[in-house]
Design a protein around this ligand. Structure first.
Ligand SMILES: [Zn+2]
Length: 160
């Protein structure tokens, strides 16, 4: 729960609670500058906070409409004003929901540093660039890479 609060309210890394989550108001960093935890591991995991953001915006818009009708202050063109308000509400909660979501992902063990990459040959460099667009490897593969990298570092010899 601490990590959810840290990342949601303070926009800090849920892993070390020191690094910043965002490079600016809108942009989540890919990894933590302090501990190297990767925040965004699976594109699909952003459906929930995105849906929440839109849901919140819609709720604010609908709530505003109900308020106008209830108080008898509904006016022509109010729907456009409400759309703007709903849009602004969506944008305002966006970093918080994203931050809290990263905190929750961390709670589920899904935010952790990438394994240290050992670039041995140009082939490895090509693999790395392809990896950016290709579907992410699963955690067990990464764990194996992490062990390989650790062994390579310890022995000073690249793994064949
Ligand atoms: Zn961190």
């Amino acid at each position: 729960m601490n990590s959810v609060i840290a990342s949601g309210l303070l926009a800090k890394c849920p892993n070390c609670q020191q690094g910043d989550l965002f490079s600016n108001y809108w942009s989540l960093r890919e990894t933590c500058d302090v501990c190297g935890a990767r925040f965004l591991r699976d594109e699909g995991s952003w459906i929930a906070p995105t849906a929440f953001g839109y849901g919140f915006g819609a709720a604010v818009g609908v709530g505003g409409g109900v308020l106008l009708i209830a108080t008898g202050t509904m006016f022509k063109g109010a729907e456009y004003m409400l759309m703007v308000i709903a849009g602004v509400a969506t944008l305002v909660v966006y970093p918080w929901t994203k931050g809290m979501w990263v905190g929750m992902l961390h709670g589920w063990g899904l935010v952790y540093p990438d394994p240290v990459k050992v670039v041995e040959t140009p082939v490895a460099a090509i693999d790395e660039s392809e990896e950016a667009s290709a579907p992410k490897v699963d955690a067990s593969d990464e764990a194996i890479h992490a062990v390989d990298s650790a062994v390579a570092e310890a022995t000073g010899e690249p793994i064949a």
